[in-house]
Write a protein that binds this ligand. Structure first.
Ligand SMILES: Nc1ncnc2c1ncn2[C@@H]1O[C@H](COP(=O)(O)OP(=O)(O)OP(=O)(O)O)[C@@H](O)[C@H]1O
Ligand SMILES: [Mg+2]
Length: 255
């Protein structure tokens, strides 16, 4: 379906109300949510993207939220709408963690948040698993290495500020690759856990996952034992030197 924009004044009507209050809600609750959107300065929502809810396209759908393209002032933004059946009570917690990640230039920039919504920078691109699957021909290995290196640098920066993303072992759905890769979805993040960003991301890209199976066909993966040894050393002491050593073992140091 083609994309189409709906001004905020019409979002309370069907079928849009079903997305604002997905999967189930009342008229009253939708009206409240529309008011919340107005307060956040959302002007309209553009329904577009690869995921269909009923017959309405959206950017993405998860267990916590539905993400749609919106207009906020003059800017296009991504709006994460809290699902009415989400286990999270509000979106502010996620916004707090994403803001922390933004301090080291990781993740989409947070613009605003409220109980049921988070307004953030729109990241154009494809989920990493689809991006890797479509890599073809000369230069693929180099492109993949550059993307892997950037993801790991971001993970190292998150480790440095003690922010654990929490779901990077399922990287296939937590990285969008456009001009460069971006880690998304900080909803399960924590500042009270031991950080495992570099370790989980390396596992996911190189060691064992649906993603690593595709990666293996494009670049030569180092010996698992050597990878695990370097990760263990890094886990014990998350120094730049030990991180550089991980990059060297992965063949990403000079990328
Ligand atoms: N800033 C963004 N720009 C563009 N698309 C986005 C953005 N944030 C999220 N998406 C899309 O929306 C989808 C769902 O977002 P997200 O992963 O944050 O939701 P979730 O409910 O926490 O998901 P899950 O249940 O997988 O944890 C993403 O997979 C992605 O395709
Ligand atoms: Mg999530």
């Amino acid at each position: 379906m083609d994309s189409f924009s709906v001004p905020i004044g019409r979002l309370g009507q069907e079928p849009y109300s079903r997305i604002i209050g997905y999967p189930k809600t009342t008229k009253k609750a939708v009206a409240k949510r529309v008011l919340e959107l107005k307060k956040l300065g959302i002007k309209n929502v553009t329904f577009c993207g690869p995921t269909l809810l009923g017959n309405v396209p959206v950017l993405g759908k998860g267990y916590v939220g539905i993400v749609v393209l919106s207009r906020h002032g003059k800017n296009q933004v991504a709006l994460k709408i809290r699902r009415t059946d989400s286990s999270r009570e509000e979106m502010r917690g996620e916004a707090k963690f994403l803001k922390l990640a933004n301090k080291v230039n990781v993740g989409p920039k947070v613009i605003d948040s409220s109980k049921n919504f988070m307004v953030m920078e729109y990241v154009e691109g494809k989920k990493i698993i689809d991006w890797v699957g479509e890599l073809k021909g000369r230069g693929s290995a180099a492109k993949l290495k550059t993307v892997a290196r950037k993801i790991l640098e971001d993970c190292y920066n998150l480790d440095r500020i003690h922010l654990d993303h929490g779901e990077l072992s399922y990287m296939h759905k937590h990285v969008i690759v456009g001009k460069f890769p971006r880690i998304i979805d900080f909803e399960s993040a924590s500042v009270n856990r031991r950080t495992a960003n570099v370790t989980s991301a390396t596992q996911s890209i190189f060691i064992g996952s649906g993603l690593s199976n595709i990666v293996k066909k494009i670049i030569k993966i180092p010996d698992t034992k050597r990878m695990i040894e370097s990760l263990k050393k890094y886990k014990h002491d998350q120094s730049r030197e030990n991180f550089d050593n991980v990059l060297k073992v992965l063949g990403l140091y000079k990328v």
